[in-house]
Ligand binder design. Structure first.
Ligand code: NAP
Length: 315
């Protein structure tokens, strides 16, 4: 998949486009909306007519995006909200402001995340905490608050989408992202746990994780903030996804009918298939539908197979 800003949603079929109709004028929270994937998702949702609360620490970028959406005449609105997702207090006060100033959160896109280059053998505890606080705790608090907000207003068709990573399903040989990968494995477990608890609560609110491969954003430049050349190389050595590709996947997930639950792995189609998919199907947007309570064999099966191989074959 590749995409440009104006194209987001354009490649969805008529059924998916119709599926987005039910979300018009409803409220979505997008975390990490100040850049990269979060900004693309926020823009795409505003284009589809939703009211979007976009949060992050850098307000200026979200304000610019809100103005851009307004001048483009998109049917929805983007409401910037400053929130440090490593602070429980900030998150709770954001949800309280949304409740009092708007309505309940119908969709929660847990996108904010970061990686610090703190390895397991010599990295700092503070770097680990930075990642854990946002990628795991911030995401979990937002998911819980979003669920409570939906429950209070008797919203039974809400959706919580966690932006995970391929590294939430396989451990990379790059030591600088081992701890990051652990936080993303947590996202895999948290999303499945959430799905089970939602089922137990007999609600039709859905939980989905989307696991992209490398996406060209500022992510690597923040990870390697002392070595911009290394960061740039991350995006040069392979064909990357664009933030708009992930935004389109979010629209697809939201547009599925309420009885369908989707999890997605996003890969960029390359001439040489990524090593963890060798022997598997071609790249692109791959997904599978599953009925609540009935997990089916899925695309991750391929990754599971590869993890079972001897190390030399994986690297
Ligand atoms: N890029 C990739 O290759 C890739 C691949 C797979 C998955 N992902 C995942 O996709 C998500 C988005 O990443 P991206 O590539 O778009 O990265 P990005 O361009 O660096 O954007 C990260 C976003 O997270 C926000 N954020 C970070 N710390 C925060 C905090 N303490 N409080 C509030 N917001 C915070 C940032 O906002 P502020 O700094 O303004 O607060 C920014 O909006 C992450 O969860 C990442 O793990 C990325």
């Amino acid at each position: 998949m590749s995409g440009s800003r104006s194209e987001v949603g354009a490649r969805l079929g008529a059924t998916a486009t119709a599926g987005m109709e039910r979300w018009r004028d409803r409220l979505a929270l997008v975390t990490g909306a100040s850049g990269g994937i979060g900004a693309a998702v926020a823009r795409a949702l505003v284009q589809q007519g939703l009211k979007v609360v976009g949060c992050a620490r850098t307000m200026g970028n979200i304000e610019e995006l809100a103005a851009e959406c307004k001048s483009a005449g998109y049917p929805g609105t983007l409401i910037p909200h400053r929130c440090d997702l490593s602070s429980e207090e900030d998150i709770l006060s954001m949800f309280s402001a949304v409740r009092s100033q708007h309505s309940c959160v119908d969709i929660c896109i847990n996108n904010a995340g970061l990686a610090r280059p703190d390895t397991l053998l010599s990295g700092s505890t503070s770097g680990w905490k930075d990642m854990f606080n946002v990628n795991v705790l911030g995401l979990s608090i937002c998911a819980q608050e979003a669920y409570q907000s939906m429950k209070e207003r008797k919203v039974d068709d809400g959706h919580i989408i966690n932006i995970n990573s391929m590294y939430g399903h396989q451990v990379s040989p790059h030591s600088v992202i081992h701890f990051y990968s652990a936080t993303k494995y947590a996202v895999t477990a948290l999303t499945e746990g959430l799905r089970q608890e939602l089922r137990e609560a007999q609600t039709h609110i859905r939980a989905t994780c989307i696991s992209p491969e490398v996406v060209e954003t500022q992510f690597a430049f923040k990870l390697h903030d002392k070595d911009p050349e290394k960061a740039a190389a991350t995006y040069e050595r392979i064909k990357c996804l664009k933030p708009e590709d992930v935004a389109e996947a979010v629209l697809y997930v939201l547009s599925t009918p309420p009885h369908v639950q989707v999890s997605l792995v996003l890969t960029a189609p390359t001439l040489e298939e990524p090593r963890h998919l060798r022997g598997g199907q071609q790249g692109g947007l791959r997904g599978w539908g599953e009925r609540p309570g009935c997990l089916k064999p899925c695309a991750f099966q391929q990754i599971g197979d590869i993890q079972m191989r001897p190390m030399e074959q994986v690297i």
